[in-house]
Write a protein that binds this ligand. Structure first.
Ligand code: AMP
Ligand code: ZN
Length: 133
């Protein structure tokens, strides 16, 4: 538990939340500022600042849980789709520095903005990136 980490306190139950799921490793809650009806967050109970700090075992379990809860939200709310989003770092839009996954139900014609403008894969970039792996 990190001092002053709001998601540690919520995940451990020290701060009340609208919990939709809980097990020994995770708590899933409704987002207080939902992008859409049913927007939920999966929080590990153990503090990890981001994906890179999250142990592999928990990362795997988080994805399996995301799959299960996203389906329940989509079916239960009659949504037309769902985004599973996870931000790492301020530049990527992370505002709470305790790993979390967003489950955002999507409805045909909604105005939720989880999008980008496609660019161009240049030969220079491609060469540089492929050389990394
Ligand atoms: P991110 O920008 O990926 O770090 O997402 C942080 C998310 O946490 C936002 O969608 C906020 O609306 C949400 N949030 C922040 N504080 C709370 C809270 N106390 N309870 C529920 N959701 C929260
Ligand atoms: Zn934390």
């Amino acid at each position: 538990m990190e001092d002053n980490c709001i998601f540690c306190k919520i995940a451990k139950g020290d701060i009340p939340s609208s919990t939709i799921y809980e097990d020994e490793n995770f708590r899933a809650i409704l987002d207080l500022g939902p992008a859409s009806k049913g927007h939920a967050l999966i929080l590990p109970k153990k503090h990890a600042e981001n994906l890179f700090e999250l142990p592999d075992e928990l990362a795997g379990k988080a994805m399996v849980l995301a799959k299960k809860l996203a389906k329940q939200l989509q079916d239960g709310l009659h949504a037309d789709g769902v985004n599973v989003v996870q931000n790492n770092g301020q530049a990527a839009g992370q505002t709470v520095f305790h790993f979390h996954m967003h489950l955002i139900p999507r409805y045909n014609g909604d105005t939720v903005n989880v999008a980008w403008t496609p660019g161009t894969l240049t030969e220079e970039d491609k060469k540089e990136i492929l050389a990394l792996f």
